[in-house]
Design a protein around this ligand. Structure first.
Ligand SMILES: [Zn+2]
Length: 355
């Protein structure tokens, strides 16, 4: 049975999809096909139903109306209407949806409607966590769309800045089911794929080329966002480790250890054994990435979700989170932590040993 794009309402389309699902054999209902069916149902919503959507704030409604006006204008300029526009939108989406900028507190304060949109996004995400089946799928899709809309909104008010190079920042989507802290304050993620887990990181690295090809342009997939987050993580973690970054890039490009050994020798005058290269790639680099991902999460959590206990190091004067990662525990002190940060403690310890 064919999808009939002349059907204009969500109800008509849902009824058709129901028929298709009833008649299809289970093997025909691949995740990819279900995604197409989901898109098919959701597509007319952007046109009429969203206007009556109770979730929308006034400001967001204005945004959507503006977008629709320009969209209709554009469509009318194409001989074959929407079909002719399809590629253009896809390209345009890529520009909008690969922001190398993140939404800052300043944005939230200054862009009208953004704060409300973020609150709603969080609410939908919460709802998605509790939902099951098709409803969960739809809610997740909606949450992703709302995340994207935040950037659309930002782009309307502020010219996006595209940075180049490895150390760029980006948005991060928190759709993980369950993240919990252990007694040491380290976060753990029980999700299917977790950036906190060195084994998962290693699996992503080993299959990077394949994932990149398959998911880079699939904005409706959670894995697309995972890959975006992964790139950012890679850039941040390895920006001060040019040799390790080179190893990752050469590995992803499919080079053998023996070739990488030669390239590094010529470029950096270092000689790494192939075994050492292999252990960097398999163990050290994934561990560094997972460690950084956990640290980023801790800092994000104690800024955005819960107000953490932040204290000033009495040595370097920097304000750091009172957490195992930044301060050592000290039962003798009032707040349970040493007054100087771990970094300063390590420096002092090294100086003492050096003397
Ligand atoms: Zn310090």
């Amino acid at each position: 049975m064919q999808l009939d794009y002349s059907l204009k309402t969500k109800e008509e389309r849902t009824a058709l999809v129901q028929k298709i699902i009833d008649e299809a054999s289970p093997s025909q209902l691949t995740p990819h096909y279900l995604e197409i069916l989901g898109d098919y149902i959701l597509e007319p919503m952007t046109k009429e139903e969203k206007k009556n959507y109770t979730l929308l704030t006034k400001n967001r409604l204005v945004t959507i109306n503006k977008r629709e006006t320009s969209y209709e204008d554009l469509v009318s300029k194409f001989e074959n209407g929407e079909d002719g526009l399809y590629n253009l939108i896809i390209n345009d989406k890529n520009v909008i949806l690969t922001p190398k900028v993140s939404i800052t507190q300043d944005d939230i304060n200054s862009i009208p409607g953004l704060k409300e949109l973020r609150t709603e996004t969080a609410r939908i995400e919460e709802e998605a966590k509790r939902a099951t089946g098709m409803r969960k799928f739809k809610l997740k899709k909606q949450a992703i769309q709302m995340h994207q809309d935040q950037y659309v909104l930002k782009n309307m008010f502020k010219q996006p800045i595209y940075s180049t190079g490895a150390a760029h920042s980006s948005h991060s989507i928190q759709l993980n089911e369950k993240i919990w802290f252990d007694e040491e304050g380290e976060p753990h993620d029980d999700g299917l794929v977790s950036l906190f887990n060195p084994k998962h990181i290693s699996a992503i690295l080993c299959n990077y080329a394949l994932l990149d090809e398959g998911l880079r342009n699939k904005h409706s997939s959670d894995f697309h966002y995972l890959l975006e987050d992964f790139d950012v993580l890679l850039g941040k973690t390895l920006k001060d480790h040019p040799i390790l970054l080179d190893i990752v890039q050469l590995k992803i490009a499919g080079k053998q250890n023996i070739e990488i050994q030669k390239i590094l020798e010529e470029k950096y005058q270092v000689k790494y054994s192939v075994e050492y290269l292999s252990s960097l790639w398999r163990n050290k680099i994934p561990k560094m990435l997972a460690d950084r991902a956990r640290e980023d999460y801790i800092l994000w959590y104690y800024t955005e979700v819960e107000v953490g206990n932040w204290k000033k190091c009495s040595c370097c004067g920097q304000i750091k989170l009172a957490h195992n990662r930044f301060f050592s525990k000290n039962k003798a002190s009032k707040d349970g932590w040493y007054s100087i940060c771990k970094e300063c403690r390590n420096k002092k310890y090294k100086e003492k040993r050096g003397k």
